[in-house]
Design a protein around this ligand. Sequence first.
Ligand code: UT7
Length: 332
Amino acid sequence: MFGIEFIGTGSYVPEFVADNNKFSEFLDTSDEWITPRTGIKERRILTDKPNYYMGVKAAEAALENAKLDAKDIDLIIVSSCSPDFFYPCMACLIQKDIGAENAACIDVNSACTGFITALDVAQKYLATDHYKTILVVATEKLSAQQDYTDRSMCILFGDAAGAAVVRRSDKEFYSMLGASGDDFEALYCKINYQSNCPFFEDDAPFYNNRFDTHAKKNYLQSDGHAVYKFAVNAMNKAVRNVAEQSGWNIEDIDLVIPHQANLRIIKKATEMLGVDPDKVYTNIQRLGNVSSACIPVALDELNRAGRLHKGMKICFVGFGAGLTYGAIIMEF
Ligand code: UT7
């Protein structure tokens, strides 16, 4: 069993800050409602550039931190559920700007679980020895998928990107990925193809008219309560699974970096696991939910603050649209 080593980390958050009061200017909402229910005080929004711009910035920061040249990268894996193009993949767009001409490029999309998925894929590729130096990027522009007249959802999300350069190591690494496609309607963003194909008919009957396939085109749709319930149980299940694989007790974990969807979800799940709250890192207060970028941005913040030490036992855990979930427990 091979593990992975973080050679460098990077992140990027846009300059524009939308605090809770900014939302009260155009919505019937308030800081008094948002803060206690979500933990979010403010989030960043990329107002004038495509998503991949943030991925490029985070990737460049990770390469600088790793003291590597972009040409040293042989594979780029990008997680994004808010891509700029159907194709090419985001990895190709990032490759172009950073000049990683020797890299193969792939994207993964398991929504907010995406960084965990991408890191797990990286570990598997590194174990085959086929690739030596992998750049993993998670870049998300969730602001582009929000209906800013829907106060129950748009206040939750922001934009950001995180990146890490990884190589194979002898350190311990255990992962689990799970999915419950049956529950996909709890959280989705349907593509609105604007085809003028004269043979097309309405596809709503295919979905048994279970949801309105036209009215809220290209907007994130969610049943917040269903996601909340799923999230707490899924995080609990995923962490217990990787802890069992590793043979470590949950008390042995030095640091938990969870997906940042709602502070209440994080508190409830970690309480059920019996994790000391001081070991749980959160940045949702400043960034909101930035989907798969939550975990790598947090990782970079901790790295740059000098809070990551060799030999630490770190746990990443997340959940997201799919519905998907997953966890990694590894020696840093
Ligand atoms: O990465 C995963 C993405 N999805 C999620 O993370 C969603 C997970 N779910 C949640 O975080 C929570 O369920 C929410 C934050 C979305 C909602 O919190 P809640 O405590 O479950 O509130 P609620 O949906 O039960 O709404 C309570 C009330 C409702 O009013 P009525 O019907 O009681 O009169 C809502 O209309 O709060 C109202 N409300 C708001 N009021 C002010 C909903 N959103 C807002 C708002 N401001 N932004």
